[in-house]
Design a protein around this ligand. Structure first.
Ligand SMILES: [Zn+2]
Length: 315
C-alpha cells in the first residue's frame, strides 16, 4: 500500500510504501493498548471504591455500637436517679415519723413530768417532693426532668442530714428527761428518805430504848439533824398527816401495789392529806417528836398491812 502525504502546494508530495499487514497491525495495537489501559483503570477504581465502602460500613457499625452503649448507660443512670429519689423520699418519711414519735414523747414528759417545754422537733418541715406515679404506660424521661429529680433528691438528702443533726442533739436530752420522769412517777418506794445515811436501828426484834425490854421494831431509824429534808421514797398519795404522843408528827404515803411508807418523829409536815407526791419530793423535816430519844427519822414500809424490812426496797 502507498501512503501519500500532501503538505503544501509548493512542496512535493511524499510517498510512503507500507506493507498491508503493518497498516492493519498498527491501529489495532493502538486500539488494544488504549482499551487495556481503560479497563485496568476501571478495575483499579472499582477496587478502591469497594475498599472505601467496606471501611465506611465498618465505621458505621462501630458508631452504632458506641451509640447503643451510651444509650444503655444513660437509661441505667436515669433509672438509678429515679430509684434513689424514691429511696430518699422513703427515708424522709420514716425520719418524719421518728420525729413525730419524739414529739409525742416530749408531750408525754411535759404532761407527766411537769418539766419545762422541750424544743419541738416537728417544727422542722420539708417540702413534699412531687411524687412519681408507679405503673402505667412507658413515658420516656427527658434529661432535664432527670436533672430536676436529681436536684430534688440532693435537697432531700441535705434536709435529712439536718434533721438527723437535730435529732442527735435532742434525743439524748429527751431520753434524760424521760428517765427523770419515769423515776419521779415510779410508785415503788426506793428513794432513800433523807440526807443522812447513818442507820441507828434496824428492822426486827431489838431491845426497846425506853423500857429495855425485847420489842419489835417495825422500821429503820436514820439519825440526822433536826430540819433535814425528808423525801417521799416513791410517788404516791398522802393518806395521813397527823401527830400523836408515840409517832410524833408523821406522814403516811400510799403507793401502788398495796404499799405504804411511814415517816415518823418529824419536826415539820410539808404536805396535806390527799396530796399527790413524786418520788424524791420533799414532804417534811426530820425531828424528834413523839417517843424519840433524839433527832432521827423512823421510816417504815407496810405491805398489805404488814410492816416489811425497808432496806431491800431502798437503793
Ligand atoms: Zn424507829
Amino acid at each position: 500500500m502507498t501512503l501519500l502525504v500532501l503538505r503544501d502546494a509548493n512542496q512535493p508530495v511524499k510517498q510512503l510504501q507500507v506493507s498491508k499487514p503493518l497498516v492493519i497491525a498498527v491501529p489495532l495495537l493502538a486500539i488494544l493498548s488504549i482499551s487495556g489501559l481503560i479497563i485496568s483503570l476501571q478495575v483499579q477504581s472499582s477496587q478502591t471504591i469497594s475498599r472505601l465502602e467496606q471501611q465506611i460500613r465498618n465505621q458505621e457499625l462501630r458508631f452504632e455500637a458506641v451509640v447503643t452503649d451510651k444509650n444503655a448507660a444513660i437509661e441505667r443512670l436515669q433509672n438509678e436517679v429515679i430509684a434513689l429519689s424514691g429511696q430518699s423520699r422513703e427515708v424522709m418519711d420514716r425520719m418524719e415519723r421518728v420525729s413525730e414519735l419524739e414529739t409525742e414523747l416530749q408531750q408525754f414528759i411535759k404532761k407527766y413530768g411537769g418539766q419545762e417545754g422541750l424544743r419541738n422537733l416537728s417544727s422542722l418541715s420539708y417540702e413534699e417532693p412531687e411524687t412519681l406515679g408507679v405503673g402505667g404506660e412507658f413515658i420516656a424521661v427527658h434529661e432535664n426532668e432527670i436533672e430536676r429529680l436529681a436536684a430534688v433528691t440532693r435537697e432531700q438528702f441535705a434536709e435529712m442530714s439536718s434533721l438527723l443533726d437535730e435529732m442527735e442533739r435532742n434525743i439524748p436530752n429527751t431520753l434524760k428527761k424521760a428517765r427523770q420522769t419515769q423515776h419521779s412517777i415510779s410508785g415503788t418506794p426506793s428513794e432513800w428518805p433523807t440526807l443522812s445515811k447513818r442507820l441507828t436501828s434496824n428492822f426486827g426484834y431489838r431491845r426497846d430504848p425506853f423500857s429495855g425490854r425485847a420489842s419489835f421494831h417495825a422500821g429503820i431509824d436514820i439519825a440526822g439533824r433536826t430540819g433535814d429534808p425528808v423525801y417521799a421514797a416513791g410517788a404516791g398519795k398522802v393518806i395521813t398527816t397527823a401527830k400523836d404522843g408515840s409517832h410524833g408528827k408523821y406522814i403516811v404515803v400510799e403507793h401502788p401495789g398495796g404499799l405504804q411508807t411511814w415517816y415518823l418523829h418529824l419536826s415539820q409536815i410539808g404536805v396535806s392529806t390527799g396530796d399527790s407526791v413524786k418520788k424524791g419530793q420533799e414532804i417534811g423535816s426530820l425531828g424528834s417528836t413523839g417517843r424519840s430519844t433524839g433527832p432521827h427519822l423512823h421510816f417504815e414500809i407496810v405491805k398489805q398491812g404488814e410492816p416489811v424490812d425497808p432496806l431491800p426496797y431502798l437503793k
